[in-house]
Design a protein around this ligand. Structure first.
Ligand code: PLP
Length: 388
């Protein structure tokens, strides 16, 4: 599959924010750090008045992401979780929300804890189980959250089909697109109402920003969410917007290298004696391969696998890696490895982890853009040691 699905995505990303400085013609969009803006006169506001509400640098970043996702309004938040939390502002106490049973641990923690406090009604469901999904939709939810590919098991949901079913009962659909970025998947074009990201990951791509963004299909929904983002004070900073905008310029080029490397890693791991199972949608034997092929423009660079020998073997693997860094997060140019149960998904009870398929032997990797020979050599060494 080619990443250049939309002939202008590489160009749009590179050209992001250029020609925005009317005063000096700065080629790179300037960072506007001012927290406040003068009025022209009594009750005569300019475009911006206060940086929580609106900021020129953040506005450029928001518009560029909205364009890449083919949506109408972009809202930049201080973290990815702030973007998820912003969605909760659409819900009242009597509303029902559906989330996938295997979503990012932080999203799972937020929704389950707010539901426990009575802020809304929550249904957690395996969205690939048609019967369970139909049963959940019979509760007429206000909002349905999708995450495809899911973190950490790379499960794929048919976004178009599930969205149609949700729309039939009047629910809004919000898709977490963090694992792929708009370069590899555009949920709004598949019918979703909202797409969101932790920009901490591929969009910024250099592991030096924590941020988030939401893009809405309609201007009306965008205005509602932008109002709430200002009201609860979760908008992103100008400096982070500047950095993320800089990272975004190389997004399509980075994704190309990321996924080339990931495919080679997956092919190396799938026949390895130290591996019990591998989860990567790019492999034809992956359960969601055909749907991924249909709705994505590439398979991304996240994969997970079960190491033979349980958690002891996992520890030996980690101790013997030199190139891979043991760290949470993903989507940076450097290769990272993590243990979801004790790291990214530690916010989930062990019973919920097991229900979602997250075992103690599960390892997740974010394949970086280092030379593939070095990546494979490191994994080969670590895996051999894991079985000693
Ligand atoms: N969604 C997914 C899929 C994630 O992996 C993460 C973080 O790992 C988030 C949302 C939350 O983003 P942040 O850590 O930027 O708050």
């Amino acid at each position: 599959m080619s990443i250049n699905h939309k002939s202008n995505i590489t160009t749009s990303a590179v050209r992001a924010g250029i020609n925005n400085d009317q005063h000096h013609g700065a080629v790179v969009a300037p960072i506007h750090l001012s927290s406040t803006y003068s009025l022209k006169g009594f009750n005569e506001k300019r475009q911006f008045d206060y940086s929580r509400t609106g900021n020129p640098t953040r506005a450029i970043f928001a518009d560029v992401i909205a364009d890449l996702e083919q949506g109408s309004v972009g809202i930049v938040t201080s973290t990815g979780m702030a973007a998820v939390h912003l969605l909760c502002q659409l819900l009242s106490v009597d509303d029902t929300v559906i989330i996938p049973h295997d979503c990012y641990g932080g999203s799972f923690r937020l929704f389950t804890h707010l539901a426990k406090r009575g802020q809304f009604k929550l249904i957690v469901v395996d969205q690939n189980d048609q019967q369970a999904l139909d049963k959940a939709l019979a509760h007429i939810p206000k909002l349905v959250l999708l995450e495809s590919p899911s973190n950490p098991l790379l499960r794929i949901v048919d976004i178009e089909e599930v969205t149609k079913a949700c729309h039939r009962v009047g629910a809004l659909v919000a898709v977490d697109n963090t694992f792929l970025s708009p370069a590899l998947q555009q949920p709004l074009t598949l019918g979703a109402d909202i797409v969101f990201h932790s920009t901490t990951k591929y969009i910024n791509g250099h592991s030096d920003v924590v941020g988030g963004v939401l893009v809405t299909k309609t201007a009306e929904l965008g205005a509602t969410l932008a109002w709430w983002a200002n009201c609860i004070g979760i908008t992103g900073s100008a400096f982070d917007s500047f950095l993320a905008l800089r990272g975004l310029k190389t997004l399509p080029v980075r994704m190309k290298q990321h996924q080339e490397n990931a495919l080679q890693v997956a092919n190396f791991l799938k026949n390895h004696d130290a591996i019990d199972a591998i989860y990567f949608p790019g492999l034809p034997e992956h359960k969601g391969h055909d749907i991924a092929k249909k709705q994505q423009f590439g398979y991304g660079a996240m994969l997970s696998f079960e190491v033979k020998g349980g958690v002891e073997a996992v520890k030996k693997l980690f101790d013997n890696l030199e190139l891979f860094t043991l760290a949470q997060s993903l989507g940076g140019v450097e290769s990272l490895i993590s243990h979801p149960s004790t790291m990214t998904h530690a916010g989930m009870e062990i019973a919920d982890q097991l229900e979602a398929g997250i075992t103690q032997s599960l390892v997740r990797i974010s394949v970086g853009i280092e030379d593939i020979k070095d990546i494979l050599a490191d994994l080969a060494h670590g895996l051999a040691q894991s079985q000693q």
